[in-house]
Design a protein around this ligand. Structure first.
Ligand SMILES: C[S@@+](CC[C@H](N)C(=O)[O-])C[C@H]1O[C@@H](n2cnc3c(N)ncnc32)[C@H](O)[C@@H]1O
Length: 218
């Protein structure tokens, strides 16, 4: 099992669950870009890893030139890798990869409200449903009205955690655009639309607490 989040990313080379998850996330990013109005598209990605979901999509997407994105990741090696990809794609003027804390509202200032909000690999690393609710509530700071919110949630011990996530999104007034399980059957990937009003000031400075450990493939 991986010792740290850099090692966790190596699982993308071998784990069908993660490979299928990535494919669906990229499909949803592509869909969101296709369905964004003409003009600039603002994207934020929290706990972005090495950014392969967004950057891998932009490599082949006709709207890449419209994207202004901020990715936030705490592991410096993953950020370095992501920045190298951004450079190779010629997107350095449009994409900021911050080495910092994605739980801190201050790190999103200037990049939100966004049209596309990527919160993949986070929900399985929250302590409990209260934390999930807190983060869903705080998405009103990150998201424009009508924004696409992309998320993942793995299942464990036969519990379909992604169903709980879908239920809470509904309660928070999000509209489900699509939801898929990976072919492995144990990873949910969703895309919702935020229908509420965007908040220009965050309700709290700490948007969530990331309490997960890397030795679980979530
Ligand atoms: C499960 S991985 C998901 C990475 C990426 N979103 C993906 O789906 O491939 C979780 C990531 O969150 C990062 N992380 C953990 N705590 C963080 C924090 N407070 N701020 C920013 N990133 C954090 C880890 O370093 C790790 O790269």
């Amino acid at each position: 099992m991986p010792k740290d989040w850099l090692e966790w990313h190596d699982l993308y080379n071998t784990e069908p669950k993660l490979q299928q998850r990535l494919e669906i996330v990229r499909e949803y990013i592509s869909y969101s870009l296709d369905n964004s109005p003409t003009g600039n598209i603002r994207v934020v990605s929290a706990c972005a890893g090495d950014g392969r979901d967004l950057l891998g999509t932009l490599a082949n997407h006709p709207r890449a030139k419209d994207v202004y994105a901020r990715l936030i990741e705490i592991n410096p090696q993953l950020v370095e890798r992501g920045r190298a990809t951004i450079e190779s794609l010629g997107l350095t003027k449009q994409i900021d990869f911050i080495n910092g804390d994605a739980t801190a509202a201050v790190n999103y200032v200037g990049a939100v409200p966004a049209d596309i909000v990527i919160v993949c690999g986070i929900f399985g690393n929250l302590a409990d449903e209260n934390e999930l609710n807190r983060l869903l509530g705080n998405l009103s700071f990150l998201s424009k009205k009508g924004a696409f919110v992309l998320w993942t949630r793995g299942h464990s011990n036969g519990i379909a955690h992604s169903e709980t996530v879908r239920k809470y999104f509904h309660e928070f007034g999000f509209e489900e655009v699509n939801f898929k399980l990976t072919a492995t059957g144990d990873m949910g990937v969703g895309i919702h639309r935020y229908l509420g009003e965007s908040l220009s000031v965050p309700k709290e400075q700490n948007l969530f607490v990331f309490s997960g450990v890397s030795n679980k493939a979530r």
